[in-house]
Design a protein. Structure first.
Length: 94
């Protein structure tokens, strides 16, 4: 697994492998022979990020469902006309 992206260098047989580390862009040169393995490693990291996002989404969904079950919302009375809304607002202020 590897982070970053691969870019072909103009006029050269080498490629750039660019990553972001410690707040800086880190670049290393990669020979043509290593490109396929590096690209597979980068795809592996992309897949990891997708799976981590799906896992987080599922945990968030479960947490929200559990909170909704243990702490149900209280229904508010809603006004049907502007006059009733004004009247309800005054009652709440008193």
């Amino acid at each position: 697994m590897e982070r970053g992206k691969v870019c072909k260098m103009k006029g050269r047989e080498h490629f750039n492998h660019q990553t972001w580390q410690n707040g800086r862009n880190l670049v290393r040169y990669v020979p043509r022979e290593e490109i396929e393995d590096l690209q597979a490693a980068i795809k592996g990291h992309d897949r990891f990020r997708q799976l981590a996002q799906r896992y987080a989404d599922e945990i968030i969904h479960i947490t929200r469902r559990e909170l909704a079950r243990t702490h149900p919302k209280q229904r508010r009375r809603t006004a049907h006309t502007p006059a009733q809304a004004k009247k309800n607002t005054r009652k709440l202020a008193d």
